[in-house]
Design a protein around this ligand. Structure first.
Ligand code: S3P
Length: 429
């Protein structure tokens, strides 16, 4: 039987890559970016920045962004196409809103069904003029304004994208902006701001809540950025090595940001043999190597309070749960309904089709798994155009001797164009 063996460097992190490009564009000069993830989503952000007058060139493997300062975006002559990328749409809406330009944002079918009012309500309160389709969706028009009002925002819903978008708008405003997060989310924006020496205050209000205070406008001095590798992409191979007998792999250069590695704690609690070793800090992010070997997994309960830190890993955690003895319950997944697909439905339908007992009740999923591999006939897996569903089931398919036929693998390039190449490198018989 095929197993996973060896060592690879995972591609650049998607969240950090978007932010590296945007912050470089707001700097007052030339910024070199290394290990940028060249996926469809990140290229959407890059092309939109070009539309806004930012010169960006690639030499060999490195990208150079010629920043134009905060407030330096020019009037685009075309609509800004975000494709499938939620992060591009939210972050760029925030970034353009405090520039005196008019922008139209569009996206593909999936993105056009995802809520934009979750961000526009904050920008509108500051004075931005925004016209949404059916009050919530793309296409949308923003009339940006340098005189938006700096103010306090209280975020009830956990969203790193919304937090980051408000921060990006605030960088160009004169005065104090305060953002209170009732539930903490991933903190790449704050880490990059510290690395770029952007002066802001972050206060811990309680175990799960923080405030961020900015006092703009800012001048961001150019500083080269190296993007750490993506833990969410690493998660596919980590679970692969845990569930495929005789596997043992090492993944290098992975961002070990605590707001992203909660899935490792979950997998360890399930009995996963995973060793994490920090090697260095690059551009504000801790990175290190992760060693994983085949393990017999047990079911656990995953609490709702961890959901903002596991948000992109539930699909691959569901695959781990299917191979764990007992019933794994994952709670508080309401945000999964608003991702690239309704991921509660995508996970439940596909696992059920293979023969697993999966129950989804409102925001919870329970999966009855087993350490013993069942023999199955060929099954067709529907990705719903969702890259993380495609990769999760591609990993499970390895166990079933490729009997799972993924209907559309093209969506994988949204976040991890080198997935298949890396998987081939790690696969041996
Ligand atoms: C992201 C934040 C998360 C995550 C997405 C990337 C980011 O979304 O699901 O893939 O880069 O800020 P939310 O903040 O909307 O939960």
């Amino acid at each position: 039987m095929l197993k996973l063996k060896g060592s690879i460097k995972i591609s650049g992190d998607k969240s950090i890559s978007h932010r590296a490009l945007i912050f470089a564009s707001l700097s007052t000069g030339k910024v070199k970016i290394s290990n940028l993830l060249e996926s469809d989503d990140v290229m959407r952000t890059l092309n939109i920045l070009k539309e806004l007058g930012i010169k960006i060139v690639k030499e060999k493997t490195q990208w150079t962004v010629y920043g134009n300062g905060t407030g330096g975006y020019l009037q685009p002559s075309q609509v800004l196409d975000c494709g499938n990328s939620g992060t591009t749409s939210r972050l760029m809406m925030g970034a353009v809103s405090s520039n005196p330009i008019n922008c139209t944002f569009i996206g593909d079918n999936s993105l056009s069904k995802r809520s934009m009012s979750r961000l526009s309500i904050f920008l509108e309160k500051m004075g931005a003029e925004i016209k949404l389709t059916k009050k919530d969706f793309l296409p949308l028009h923003i009339n940006g304004d340098i005189n938006l009002i700096p103010m306090e925002h209280v975020m009830q819903k956990a969203s790193a994208q919304v937090k980051s978008a408000i921060i990006l708008a605030a960088l160009n405003l004169r005065g104090k902006t305060r953002i209170i997060e009732k539930r903490n989310t991933r903190d790449h924006t704050e880490r990059l701001m510290r690395y770029l020496k952007i002066n802001f205050k972050k206060k811990i209000l309680s175990k799960s809540s923080t405030s961020i205070e900015l006092n703009g406008p800012y001048e961001i001095k150019p500083r080269d950025i190296i993007v750490a590798s993506d833990p969410s992409s690493a998660a596919f191979f980590i679970v692969g090595a845990l569930i495929i007998p005789k596997s043992m792999i090492t993944l290098k250069n992975i961002a070990l940001n605590k707001s992203r590695t909660a899935f490792i704690d979950v997998l360890k609690k399930m009995g996963g043999k995973i060793k994490v070793k920090k090697t260095k800090t690059i551009s504000g992010e801790d990175v290190g190597n992760i060693q994983v070997s085949y393990s017999l997994l047990n079911a656990i309960e995953v609490k709702a309070s961890s959901s903002p830190y596991l948000i992109d890993e539930y699909p691959i955690l569901s695959i781990a749960a299917s191979q764990a003895k007992g019933v794994t319950v994952m709670k508080g997944l309401s945000e999964l309904r608003h991702k690239e697909s309704d991921r509660i439905k995508s996970i439940t339908k596909n696992l059920s089709k293979i023969g697993f007992k999966v129950i989804s009740k409102k925001d919870d999923i329970s999966i009855k798994g087993s350490n013993e591999l069942q023999v199955i006939d060929q099954k067709k897996i529907k990705t719903y155009g969702d890259h993380r569903i495609a990769m999760s089931f591609a990993i499970l398919s390895l166990l079933y001797k490729n009997k799972l036929i993924i209907d559309d693998e093209s969506c994988i390039s949204i976040s991890y164009p080198d997935f298949k190449k890396h998987l081939k490198k790690l696969s041996t018989h």
